[in-house]
Design a protein. Structure first.
Length: 1010
């Protein structure tokens, strides 16, 4: 920044006041167009009249009737890409990337160089503009006096727009005038309550609006296109045409200040800021058309657009054109057909590097090298405060101002869709987890406890957490830990629920210690290397478990793969008594009022036969009962149809059918619509597919327990102390699961605006973990896939994207209400059994598959892991142009990927085995494995393949001092030639030089003091 100030001072005093033949520093005056443009854009103006706005550009050409110019006819328009009126004149073309001839660009430059340029013209109507423009042309000798009226007459011809014919038969006023006024608020357009006033109602103002510009005929406005124009946009009108009274072309470039709404000039009612006029003799119409296209395309260029707003004179405009020419790519005519229209790209590259000044030593940065952020989690959230609970206090102060907006921002249909989607997605895993926990603990903790615990924890987390977008759920390692603990208690005669309560309270206490010591700041060591492995594993496990649950249905609904179709008449399955009934089984029959002789085995149904431990006999019987092929195959159909239908509806936003609002609504409610459709189809088919089983009573599963647990119970006193050891492992498990998921959610790619709170999140999880332990409920922590799905369901995109432009990702709808409502509904599920019992389980499994695949796609977009895996099977010539391949050797990329892939496989093996309880330790080990890579890869290579691990504070300070010393040396070398400057005799130049030296010395003094 200091260098830039010195450079601007140096440039200003030298190039503006000194002659190049006297001053012995030719390097500064021989600036490139890019440097001149950077200087123009670097000037800071407090003048609101020169603030850049979005531009709508329209190209009008003079049309002829009976050999005479009759009107200006719209032939093309630009918001971002070019749209042409097709030859038939009935419709607009598809938006495409404008391809220009180099010759027309040079001719345009000549027009600006030799034509009339009027900046900051103050006019209120097209008549005033024409009058001042013609006066300037006559005064400069560009136009003869006797042609004044003819040029004026040509300029004031009526403008015919393409949409007028299309809208002539429509009912006018699709939108109210007030709506248009609110969308395009401008001090010249709006006077009262967003309404465009009539001439009678309009109050006198310093800048009046002419009769022509005071009313708008909205029956001629294309409202569908109007929605595409950003609020506050202005117009740039390009007028080109051939006339019979001129011998040579006349050109003019006008910038109005302020912009003025001129009725009839532009297709849409937006104020005009720029006007380009080109009139010339007959016979060169195509040439004039190409010059007009070049001018319009230049106005859509991000850099020239800003230059046009900030230009002080003709030279600045020429610098903008020269800079544009420097960036232009020329295609050889023999290798490209210019009639081919190029489709708009999905992602337009940023033009910020064209605005950036060069390096402090005056040299450009290495070709193609981009700036990398060294601190991937740089932010106040992860700064160690050095005070007890310092990070927590800062989190609360940071999030408290946004609390009301977290509620207000949820007033959207998208949030309702997210609630319905995530409710259905969360219900099944919570109930399934509760069922598995019930089997592992013999009913001590089961489905009802799981539902209650999820609802209680989720509501508290949504209300008070630092990042409410995170969704809490159950995890596999917790289930493994519960199994091991229950087995241990059974073997040693200890009370499982009491010991579990002790461990839970110790875990909550240790998590509180981590919060108090700002331990969450260690999250900065979790780089993309760890995130990719962890997130990819969780997504793959989600997909695997969805498929596994589907295949598991084959055990309950078996299929006879060896059936003989000729024996279908003999196809039967009957219940028969067990061959060798044990004494225990006989006693069980007697207790239920049955005896071996009284049971009519052949008349029993499947459930009774299973209850009485009968055996199924017959060709239509499997190991667990009769073959039920229709249920299994119907479940497979439901499963895959749910997945494909959800994916189709989610992508429906980009389809071409139906209005935008309808497509957007279908996309938001994609999963919920799919579930409703599949439930209806399943109900109409009548096939008894497995349904969601929700507990219908709110009471503990086991009658031997209540809702409050004693940490000691019947256990010895020393178990309260020994419980601290397994609690240490649980703490690592909770901390790693919670914080890695939080890191993934809080990545800068999500463009979160309200900040996050790692310390506050961990506090809420710790407190609720203690509460759940005392109440004998399962423990819940951040669920990666559910959280990613929640974030994806709340993505916000630009609503008024230009034709041909992909909607821009604006960020996430950050609020607390969706999470709160999801878990409130989950708690109320006990009272909604009559409705939920119609949801087939295969449909929910299909939702799991969709969530896993969509989350994996989302990770693949942001991360490079899967792209690098694909490189193994690609020859070099077919490899995509990935940015890291430009700077890192391919063999090193492969080694980095192999290390990461090996870690992923190890994580999978550990999580799928009985050693899953040490899974968090392996995740923690990934951080150390990543640290070891620093010895094999250079810092620059790792900056492209991964995030850089933060260095120690002392090393950072040393590096900072070293950079400051280097900057000082470069600044001294920059101004060193001043010592050898010959003092000019002119007093003006002496004062300039003295002021330059004073400014430079003050900068150096500031640097040295600093």
């Amino acid at each position: 920044k200091l260098h830039r100030n010195v450079t601007i001072i140096y440039y200003y005093y030298y190039c503006k006041h000194c002659t190049s033949d006297f001053w012995p520093l030719p390097t500064l005056c021989a600036d490139t167009p890019s440097q001149r443009v950077q200087f123009i854009l670097g000037t800071e103006d407090d003048d609101l009249e020169h603030v850049s706005h979005d531009l709508f550009t329209e190209l009008d050409e003079l049309s002829f009737r009976d050999g005479n110019a009759s009107e200006w006819k719209e032939t093309a328009r630009w918001l971002k890409f070019e749209e042409d009126v097709e030859d038939g004149g009935e419709r607009w073309s598809k938006p495409y990337v404008a391809t220009l001839s180099l010759h027309s660009l040079f001719e345009l430059r000549s027009c600006i160089l030799n034509g009339t340029v009027m900046l900051d013209m103050r006019a209120n109507s097209i008549e005033e503009i024409a009058g001042m423009l013609i006066d300037s042309m006559v005064a400069s000798g560009q136009l003869k006096e006797d042609l004044r009226e003819k040029v004026r007459e040509a300029m004031l011809k009526k403008h015919h727009h393409q949409n007028e014919r299309k809208l002539s038969n429509r009912i006018p006023l699709v939108r109210s005038i007030a709506d248009i006024g609110k969308k395009h608020s401008d001090p010249l357009l709006l006077e009262r309550n967003g309404e465009i006033l009539s001439p009678v109602e309009r109050r006198p103002s310093k800048v009046g609006v002419s009769r022509e510009s005071s009313s708008v005929d909205f029956s001629k406005v294309d409202m569908n296109f109007m929605k595409k124009i950003p609020p506050g946009a202005e117009a740039s009108n390009v007028l080109v045409g051939e006339v019979d009274f001129l011998e040579k072309p006349i050109t003019a470039f006008v910038r109005l200040s302020p912009a003025v709404l001129i009725t009839g000039l532009t297709e849409v009612p937006v104020p005009t800021r720029f006007l380009f006029l080109l009139l010339g003799p007959r016979g060169k119409g195509p040439q004039y058309h190409e010059i007009g296209r070049s001018m319009a395309t230049l106005m859509t260029d991000e850099i020239f657009h800003d230059v046009a707003y900030k230009a002080k004179d003709r030279t600045d405009l020429l610098s903008g054109i020269d800079e544009f020419l420097d960036q232009v790519t020329v295609l050889p005519p023999g290798e490209w057909d210019p009639t081919i229209r190029i489709e708009p790209p999905k992602n337009v590259p940023s033009q910020m590097k064209r605005k950036r000044p060069s390096q402090p030593n005056g040299t450009a940065s290495p070709a193609g090298e981009l700036e990398k952020d060294e601190d991937h989690h740089a932010g106040p959230e992860l700064q160690r405060t050095g005070r007890l609970f310092g990070g927590l206090v800062l989190d609360i102060k940071r999030k408290l101002p946004f609390y009301w907006s977290d509620i207000r921002d949820s007033l959207s249909l998208q949030c309702l869709a997210s609630v319905l989607f995530l409710y259905c997605a969360c219900m099944s895993p919570v109930i399934t987890f509760g069922g598995l926990l019930g089997e592992a603990t013999k009913g001590n903790i089961s489905a009802i406890e799981s539902l209650f615990g999820a609802s209680l924890t989720g509501v508290a987390y949504s209300l008070f957490a630092g990042q409410p977008l995170t969704i809490l759920g159950s995890t596999g390692p917790v289930l493994v830990f519960e199994k091991i603990l229950f087995r241990f208690c059974t073997d040693y005669g200890l009370s499982y629920l009491s010991l579990r309560t002790s461990i839970g309270l110790w875990t909550a206490f240790l998590c509180l210690v981590l919060v108090a010591t700002d331990a969450s700041s260690l999250v900065c060591y979790i780089t993309r290397f760890t995130e990719e492995a962890f997130a990819s594993l969780i997504c793959i496990i989600f997909i695997y478990e969805a498929l596994e649950k589907l295949f598991h249905l084959g055990e309950h609904y078996p299929v006879n793969t060896h059936n003989n179709l000729d024996n279908l008449t003999l196809y039967s399955c009957q219940c028969s008594p067990p061959v060798n009934a044990s004494d225990q089984l006989m006693q069980e029959w007697n207790r239920t009022g049955y005896s071996p002789d009284s049971i009519q085995w052949s008349n029993l149904n499947v459930s009774m036969c299973t209850t009485l431990h009968g055996e199924f006999v017959g060709p239509a019987c499997g190991h667990h009962g009769p073959y039920i092929p229709d249920v299994l195959f119907w479940s497979i159909i439901l499963f895959f149809t749910t997945f494909f239908l959800s994916s189709f509806f989610k992508q429906f936003k980009t389809e071409r059918y139906f209005p935008t609002r309808v497509r957007s609504t279908i996309s938001d409610f994609a999963v919920f619509i799919t579930i409703m459709v599949m439930v209806l189809v399943d109900y109409l088919m009548g096939i008894p597919s497995p349904k969601l089983n929700v507990p219908d009573r709110f009471e503990p599963t086991s009658k031997n327990r209540g809702w409050l647990m004693d940490p000691l119970g019947e256990n010895p006193w020393w178990t309260l102390l020994v419980a601290a050891l397994p609690a240490l492992l649980c703490t690592i498990l909770i901390f790693m699961d919670q914080q890695i998921t939080a890191v993934i959610i809080n990545r800068k790619e999500h463009k979160l605006q309200k900040g996050c709170g790692y310390h506050l999140d961990l506090l809420i999880v710790a407190v609720m973990l203690g509460v759940c332990s005392i109440m004998g409920l399962p423990w819940f922590v951040a669920a990666t896939v559910l959280s990613i799905s929640h974030v994806n369901s709340l993505k916000v995109e630009s609503g008024c994207s230009a034709p041909g432009e992909q909607p821009k990702f604006l960020g996430i709808r950050e609020q607390r209400v969706t999470g709160f409502m999801i878990f409130v509904l989950m708690g109320c599920s006990v009272f909604m059994t009559s409705v939920l019992k119609f949801i087939p389980m295969p449909v929910l499994y299909g939702v799991f598959l969709y969530m896993g695949v969509s989350s994996l796609k989302g990770i693949q977009v942001r991360l490079y892991f899967f792209d690098r895996i694909k490189l193994f099977g690609m020859p070099s010539k077919h490899q995509p142009d990935l940015i890291y391949l430009r700077y890192v050797p391919l063999w090193k990329v492969h080694i980095f990927t192999l290390v990461q892939l090996t870690c992923l496989v190890l994580l999978w093996v550990i999580k799928a085995s009985s050693a899953a309880v040490v899974f968090p330790m392996m995740v923690l080990a990934l951080v150390f494995i990543r640290k070891l890579l620093d010895f094999f890869f250079t810092k620059r290579e790792l900056s492209w393949l991964d995030d850089l691990i933060p260095e120690s504070k002392k090393k950072k300070e040393d590096d900072k001092k070293k950079k400051e010393r280097e900057k000082l040396v470069k600044l001294i070398s920059l101004v060193q030639p001043i010592k050898h400057i010959l003092m000019p005799s002119s007093g003006m130049k002496s004062r300039i030089l003295f002021q330059l030296l004073s400014e430079a010395s003050s900068v150096f003094f500031f640097l040295i003091i600093q």
